[in-house]
Each structure stands twice: as C-alpha cells, then as structure tokens.
Write a protein that binds this ligand. Structure first.
Ligand code: SF4
Length: 347
C-alpha cells in the first residue's frame, strides 16, 4: 500500500497510531504542532521528537512539503515565490506589501494550472495538472507570513486565494486549508482576513452560503455582459451573469459576508463608459459589493493590452459617480513575471 502523507492525519488519527506503537499521548500533540503551528517541512525538523519515533513515522508516512525553487523580487517590494511540489510540479505564491500601512497580502495557488482557460491568463494555458492538497495551500500561507516577518518586520495581514487555479473546483482542500489557517492549532487567523476569489461557479457559491463560511468572496467579473464575458471566460457559458448574481444574493443572505468584484481593465475591450454603466447595474443587486479594478499584466501570445491609465480613471469615476464603491489597483511586480502563472511556467 502506498504511504500516506502525515498531514492527512487528524489529531485523533495521530493519537491512535502513536498509541498503537506505545507512545505517550502528549507525543501526538507535539507532532501535530510541528505539522501546523511550527511549520515543519520534514520529519527531521521535529527536533523534540525522538529520532527513533521520527524514523518509525517515516516508515509509515510521507511528509509532502512544498520546497522553495525560485524567488523574484520586484522593485516595488512584491515578491513572487515558485515552489516545487513533492511530485515535481511547480506553483507560485505572491507577497504584495504596502509598507507605509504595515499591510501585506499573500496570494496563494489552489491548483497546479487551471482547467478554466480564461483567454487573458497564463495559468489557463497550462490546463489543470492537479489539485493542491490542504497542506500545500497551508504551507504557502505559512511561508508567506514568515517571509513578511523576515523581510518587512511585520506579519502578513491578508490572504487571497487568487493565484493559480479555481479554488471552488478544489473545494474540499481549499476549505480545509482555511480551517487550518483560522484554527488555534494552525495560524489562528480571523476568517475576515481571507478572501476566496472565483471565476464564478454558481452552484459552488451557493454551497459556500449553505456552509455559512465566514471568509470573504471575490468574483472575477472582468466583463459586465454575457457576450463579452463568454469571449474571455468560457466558464460563463454555463454560469451566466444572472445565475451568478442570484448565487451571490444567496451567499450574502446566508453569510452576510463581504463580496467584491474583480475587474481587469483590458484596453478597448471592457474599459468604455458603456461597460462602466453595465457594471453599475450589476452592482445594484441585493447585496453590498465593492469593485476592484486591476491593471492587466500582459501575457506573451495573448492579444490583450493593459488599458490606459487615464481611461481606467474615467471608467472608475463613472462607476463611483453612480454610488458604487470602486478602487483602482495599479499593477504590482511589473518588472518581474507579474502575471499569474508566468513564473511557474518557466523552466
Ligand atoms: S484567470 Fe483564474 S480561473 Fe481563469 S484560467 Fe486563470 S487561474 Fe483559471
């Protein structure tokens, strides 16, 4: 039988397996703390666990960690990390600091590649290679927090599931990773600091509502009518805007959680005043929503360009003038492989 990853074991699983080899009960909690609170990346990191027990555990379990493979530092402080997984696949994680406000956001991947093939996205070009485990997602958050403390002198303040992959197509492990991040046996975070970003899968958004999750939800909108959205996001063909808005209403009714729309401004595609007016109409649903306009990081071989800064300001002003909350986020990490999936795709 193939060995299982130690980090698929719950505390009670561990208690049982260690008791069966004559270990005292407190050992299981020590090992568990190493797995989640202390960030062990191998059995050998567990320095207060007797070597004989580490050896015994390694005969029964694997310890599948992510390993830093490359790191790019942008002039603006953004740091992109590429990690190698135990089976050789590569993923990326980004840390985006706003030092003057003592804020730093981590952006984690939830899948290797992505099946959704959004036309403007480098990750979509890879296809979906596999889902990440809860531990692989957790490790990205844990490492990014450590990176913030080391590089900035303060911890990570926010976490977004906005890296490679569609989080709601890796539903179980994504929710499990959030449970760990928010557990006092893990990073002890408030779920209010976490945002899951989805390309829009109506039935999964409703499921989040049914489970009364406490984190925030972002919809990657990127176009404000079905025709344009179908053109850039094939998932829209089976999840039309009307169905998505209805699912968000349901989510809000059940959770009262914060909802935002992400909107990548693409030159001469979705940056006109007509687009702005359609966007305003979508924001008039039965839930409060904030719009984040994001500057596009061009991807080689993709026929989209970054919208002009002035045009983006005009667009945002129009939306704002209709009473909708909107912020414009200038692109970060322009001097490194800023677009999601670009660094992981490099050899
Ligand atoms: S934008 Fe997100 S959902 Fe679309 S292909 Fe890229 S990673 Fe997947």
């Amino acid at each position: 039988m193939p060995k299982q990853d130690l980090r698929t074991q719950s505390l009670s699983d561990l208690q049982q397996s260690l008791a069966s080899i004559g270990q005292p009960t407190y050992r299981a909690k020590q090992v568990y703390d190493w797995m989640w609170k202390l960030g062990a990346r191998s059995f050998d990191d567990m320095t207060n666990i007797p070597a004989t027990l580490r050896q015994a555990m390694s005969e029964v379990f694997t310890y599948d960690s992510i390993v830093l493979d490359d790191r790019q530092n942008s002039e603006d402080g953004t740091i992109k990390s590429r990690y190698k997984l135990h089976d050789g696949y590569k993923i990326e994680t980004v840390m985006i600091p706003v030092v003057k406000d003592k804020r730093a956001t981590g952006c984690v991947s939830s899948q290797v590649g992505c099946s959704l093939t959004c036309s403007f996205c480098a990750t979509g070009k890879m296809g979906r290679l596999r889902n990440l485990t809860a531990a692989e997602i957790y490790d990205q958050a844990f490492d990014t927090n450590k990176l913030c403390v080391e590089q900035l002198g303060f911890p990570m303040t926010n976490l977004v599931y906005m890296g490679m992959g569609e989080p709601l197509l890796n539903y179980g492990p994504v929710l499990e990773s959030i449970n760990r991040i928010t557990s006092h046996n893990g990073m002890g975070w408030s779920p209010k600091r976490i945002t899951v970003s989805t390309a829009g899968i109506a039935k999964m958004i409703k499921r989040l509502g049914d489970e009364k999750v406490k984190f925030n939800l972002a919809l990657s909108l990127h176009a404000s009518d079905d025709t344009k959205r179908n053109e850039i996001m094939p998932i829209n063909e089976s999840n039309r805007l009307a169905a998505l808005m209805e699912s968000l209403e349901y989510f809000y009714e059940k959770t009262k959680g914060r909802i935002s729309f992400e909107y990548i401004a693409l030159k001469d595609f979705n940056d006109t005043l007509e687009d702005a007016d359609k966007l305003v109409r979508l924001c008039r649903g039965q839930f409060p929503v904030k719009v984040n306009v994001i500057e596009y990081n061009p991807v080689p071989g993709v026929p989209f360009e970054r919208a002009d800064e002035k045009q983006v300001d005009v667009f945002a002003a129009r939306v704002r003038s209709k009473g909708v909350m909107i912020t414009v986020r200038r692109s970060r990490g322009k001097d490194i492989d800023a677009a999601c999936g670009q660094l992981a795709n490099k050899g």
